[in-house]
Design a protein around this ligand. Structure first.
Ligand SMILES: NC(=O)c1ccc[n+]([C@@H]2O[C@H](COP(=O)([O-])OP(=O)(O)OC[C@H]3O[C@@H](n4cnc5c(N)ncnc54)[C@H](O)[C@@H]3O)[C@@H](O)[C@H]2O)c1
Length: 333
């Protein structure tokens, strides 16, 4: 049994609390959030202790692992505390928005041997993972192009935008990681980025974006296109296309049921696609957690490492540089 402390009881923290509580080999012992109402809600629902400080949650002797799902600027502090206390760590993406803080954290924990897994859940989606495996097995021959479409159903509120740190680092970071996952050991070397605020007043006010497109190139010359929007009226649009010399693989959108309607007005009308990430990636969130529990109990190496988190941030930073300069930017890891 792996005993957990959960840091952060907001939107994704609540989901993680449910996943921990439902797992046969995991147990939620403590929850900590500066928002006491949220912490109380999780403590009540999961029958765990509401810690009064990060130290109580992280350093308690009866805790084996810490799941960090608090606001992004808190991640590196909690990673360092947990690593020094010898606890296994699962940390939500992004590690931080500032590469200097990420490097400082890495330096502070380098002598600790605890496993650290970063929450790039899309790698665990069974459809995306199957597409990646097909690439590894060369089912589509030589890889030539990757096309990733990732559009949210609706823009977040202004408070979220103020804290999130920008579209490329908060949202596209998932797609940068997914591109790295599909490419395998062929690193991304160049990026060209465009961003606009076309419809969301809050994004405009924050000098952020609601619409973005990226072209990346790998060392072997694979071309990658990523497009993002903060609004898709039909739901959470998540598609991945992998194209090569012997064909194409598509990981497509998913609907809650497989029902199709045929009427005198239309044929093959399906349910609308899943609303947002918690519904669409339910299986992936559970499987990434399973994998983490396996790392802790069987002492295996995490499949998504601190370095993966750092590299995705390096690509996001290069994307901002490209956007600002209006130029193709070379990426150095
Ligand atoms: N992997 C994914 O698909 C995914 C999806 C959503 C969010 N996230 C990430 O998860 C993290 C949380 O996002 P969210 O959407 O749940 O945000 P949220 O605002 O709903 O929740 C964040 C919580 O952190 C708490 N918090 C702030 N400072 C704290 C501190 N010092 N100590 C303890 N708790 C503190 C807040 O009170 C809040 O309850 C972010 O890093 C975000 O990027 C990942």
């Amino acid at each position: 049994m792996v005993n957990f402390s959960l840091m952060g009881a907001g939107r994704i923290g609540k989901m993680h609390a449910e996943i921990i509580s439902a797992h046969p080999n995991a147990n939620l012992k403590y929850v900590y959030d500066v928002n006491k109402k949220f912490a109380n809600e999780v403590a009540k629902a999961s029958k765990c202790i509401k810690a009064n400080s990060p130290e109580e949650a992280i350093n308690s002797k009866d805790v084996d692992a810490v799941l960090i799902a608090s606001a992004t600027p808190t991640h590196t502090k909690f990673i360092t505390m947990a690593a020094k206390a010898g606890k296994a760590i699962f940390c939500e993406k992004p590690i931080d928005l500032d590469i200097k803080k990420v490097n400082k954290c890495l330096n502070e924990i380098k002598n600790t041997k605890v496993p650290i897994q970063i929450g790039f859940n899309r790698r665990f989606d069974s459809s995306h993972a199957k597409a990646q495996l097909a690439r590894v097995k060369k089912e589509i021959g030589e890889l030539e192009m990757i096309v990733i479409t990732s559009r949210d159903p609706e823009p977040p509120g202004i408070d979220y935008l103020k804290a999130a740190g920008g579209f490329f680092r908060d949202t596209t970071i998932h797609d940068f990681d997914l591109a790295r996952f599909i490419l395998g050991n062929d690193p991304v070397i160049q990026i060209s980025a465009f961003g606009e605020a076309l419809f969301d007043k809050n994004a405009k006010k924050q000098k952020d974006h609601d619409t973005a497109m990226f072209i990346l190139k790998s060392k072997k010359g694979v071309l990658i296109h990523i497009n993002n929007s903060r609004r898709a009226v039909y739901g959470y649009d998540q598609r991945v296309e992998i194209f090569g010399s012997k064909g194409m693989i598509i990981s497509n959108n998913q609907t809650p049921t497989s029902v199709e309607r045929y009427t005198n007005r239309s044929t093959t009308v399906k349910d609308t696609i899943h609303f947002f990430f918690i519904e669409r990636y339910e299986q992936a969130y559970k499987d990434q957690f399973n994998e983490f529990v396996k790392c802790v109990t069987k002492k295996t190496k995490p499949k998504v490492t601190f370095e993966d988190g750092k590299n995705a941030l390096i690509i996001a930073n290069a994307a901002y540089e490209s956007y600002r300069k209006g130029k193709v930017v070379n990426i150095k890891f």
